[in-house]
Design a protein around this ligand. Structure first.
Ligand SMILES: NC(=O)C1=CN([C@@H]2O[C@H](COP(=O)(O)OP(=O)(O)OC[C@H]3O[C@@H](n4cnc5c(N)ncnc54)[C@H](O)[C@@H]3O)[C@@H](O)[C@H]2O)C=CC1
Ligand SMILES: O=C(CO)COP(=O)(O)O
Length: 326
């Protein structure tokens, strides 16, 4: 199959590699030509996916129009803040578009499939999400994710395409729920990282993760998603990996915050994206608009955008009135 991957960050590169290794004709595009030049020179993506050899058959194309021309399926793996711009090249595309980006557009409150409805109105959209750290996938660590879409045939096609010996793909028709699970978990992972940075124990993190699921479900259902989706791979599953893995960039962001670094310092020195940062702002705005109670999102937002002290944040969360669990 002729496949184009838009975005040669860690995830786009890992997926392009996986599909090319299975014999597909894969083209990889990136906004920054230097990234593609480095891959061509070294055979690796040293900045985003160090130590992983890339197949020689992988085509590198710096022009987005040419990259998508003739493609049967396009995977979009850019950061959420650039998603709308990156997908302009899909205006006339009529094939399947797989979004693997995790985020919520601040200005519109849309998930990435919502953005695609505007930028690629003729495409058949499927989201692929779940607990899938790029480096682990590239190393062949057994992984399970979920392909979600409203178009059952396109969803099935994506499920079959990505499904492999170490990469198990489930399917879902709850596109919005799967996307919201993937986006919101990044906000909570920053909170989990703060727990680590402050030197808290596992009790604290288990409490945060469990309450995060309740909060994610509440907000998701208010947006129109199905409650049970958040008990699946793109809810609990992704929350677990992101809140507990040393590899998670969102957790690392929170850990540095908990250790006393400022948000500006962290943003200026991070080499890879932490989607929880923009998503905290979008999720906070969405929750206010829908009048959903989101105490953890509110506190993460306050730490990131209002300069709130991390210890005060924890204090404020713990001093909320005691209440029933559900
Ligand atoms: N890394 C991972 O393990 C996973 C990442 N994701 C999601 O995939 C998306 C991409 O993540 P990564 O590949 O990890 O990011 P990364 O930080 O490794 O790479 C960033 C990518 O975004 C592009 N980019 C940055 N600024 C841009 C701009 N102004 N215009 C166009 N493109 C721009 C870069 O060129 C690069 O392709 C995120 O939404 C992330 O949450 C999803 C699952 C796993
Ligand atoms: O989405 C991910 C794993 O499923 C990657 O998480 P980070 O962006 O926090 O590294």
């Amino acid at each position: 199959m002729r496949i184009t991957v838009l975005g040669a960050g860690a995830w786009g590169t890992a997926l392009a590699r996986m599909l090319a290794c299975r014999g597909h004709d894969v083209t990889l595009w990136d906004y920054f030509p230097a990234t593609l030049e480095a891959i061509a020179r070294t055979g690796q993506n040293e900045r985003y996916l160090p130590g992983i050899e890339l197949p020689t058959g992988l085509r590198l194309e710096p022009d987005a129009g040419r990259a998508v021309d003739g493609a049967e399926l396009v995977v979009v793996a850019s950061v959420s803040r650039a998603f709308r711009t990156v997908t302009q090249c899909l205006e006339r595309f009529t094939g399947v578009v797989v979004t693997v980006t995790k985020g919520i557009e601040y200005e519109t409150g849309l998930t990435m499939s919502g953005v695609l409805r505007e930028t690629a109105p003729r495409a058949r959209v499927v989201a692929l999400s779940g607990p899938s750290l790029a480096l682990e996938v590239a190393r062949g660590v057994p992984t399970a994710v979920v392909a979600a879409g409203k178009d059952a045939e396109a969803t099935r096609q994506v499920q079959m395409l990505f499904h492999g010996p170490t990469f198990r793909v489930y399917s879902s028709s709850d596109l919005l729920g799967v996307e919201l699970g993937g986006a919101l978990k990044n906000v909570f992972a920053i909170g989990a990282g703060v727990c680590d940075g402050l030197g808290f124990g596992d009790n604290s993190k288990a409490a945060l993760v469990t309450r995060a699921i309740a909060e994610m479900r509440r907000l998701g259902v208010a947006c129109g998603a199905r409650a049970e989706t958040f008990s699946g791979l793109s809810g609990i599953g992704d929350l677990m990996v992101t809140c507990f893995s040393k590899l998670s960039r969102n957790r690392q962001f929170g850990e540095r915050l908990g250790r006393g670094e400022s948000v500006d310092q962290i943003l200026a020195t991070m080499t890879a994206v932490a989607e929880g940062y923009p998503t905290a702002r979008s999720a906070h705005a969405l929750a206010r608009r829908l009048e959903v109670e989101t105490p953890i999102i509110d506190q993460v937002y306050a730490m990131l955008y209002e300069g709130k002290d991390v210890r005060q944040t924890v204090q404020d969360l713990l001093s909320r009135e005691s209440k029933p669990e559900d």
